[in-house]
Design a protein around this ligand. Structure first.
Ligand SMILES: Nc1ncnc2c1ncn2[C@@H]1O[C@H](COP(=O)(O)OP(=O)(O)O)[C@@H](O)[C@H]1O
Ligand SMILES: [Mg+2]
Length: 197
């Protein structure tokens, strides 16, 4: 079982959106269990209740009773984790994805988080999210973090209304009726490919 956790110190960065769609992208490669540990919001459990998806979404209680035998475990972890909890994730998961927006403040807080985590293992990858689809702001944010030594995925998740539509109706962004759904889904697939590389 390959274990992937998504975590962030800030809310609203697209953590649950990426966890959910990444689960959909990996479901093409093997059985996926997504555990929604964010008890404050329960986004993934809600989205899966609204539309069919090709993976299981479990509460922590359900996961504790058994997850079957997934090839991929994805955890949408609790919002506002302590740094101790983050360190624990880094030590116990194969990959820890940390979404980061493109603003200066978000980049600086990700840099500070990385400095606190970097001694604890090499599971961490930052992924730039909600990047403007036009221009190079997302790539520039990624390259600035990389220049500061932060391991970042090359893939950038762009900001598309299709993601918001998917959040409204539940289900995966690839299944939304939106002319940019294909681009939004391509970003998720690029993240999936890099996470498994
Ligand atoms: N790539 C994206 N493009 C556009 N909107 C996004 C994107 N990712 C997330 N969102 C929207 O941003 C809001 C917060 O996303 P969410 O995944 O719930 O964040 P988090 O789990 O980090 O709090 C939601 O309204 C969601 O639809
Ligand atoms: Mg969330």
């Amino acid at each position: 079982m390959y274990r992937i956790a998504l975590t962030s110190e800030k809310g609203g960065v697209g953590k649950s959106t990426l966890a959910f769609n990444l689960a959909g992208a990996l479901a093409g490669r093997g059985p996926v269990a997504l555990v929604d540990e964010d008890s404050r919001v329960r986004s993934c459990l809600t989205w899966a209740s609204l539309a069919p998806v090709p993976f299981r979404v479990l509460s922590p209680e359900q996961a504790g009773q058994g997850m079957g035998n997934p090839a991929y475990l994805i955890v949408d972890s609790e919002g506002r984790p302590s740094r101790d909890d983050l360190g624990e994730l880094v030590r116990t998961f194969d990959r820890v994805l940390i979404p980061c927006g493109v603003s200066r403040l978000e980049i600086e807080s990700t840099l500070s988080l990385w400095r606190a985590l970097k001694g604890q293992g090499d599971a961490v990858r930052v992924v730039i999210t909600k990047a403007p689809p036009v221009g190079r702001v997302g790539q520039e944010a990624r390259d600035a973090l990389r220049a500061a030594g932060v391991p970042c995925l090359g893939a950038v998740v762009r900001r598309y209304t299709a993601h918001e539509r998917a959040a409204e109706g539940g289900g995966l962004v690839r299944d939304v009726r939106d002319e940019r759904a294909g681009e939004a889904w391509a970003d998720v697939q690029a993240v999936a490919a890099e996470v498994l590389a």
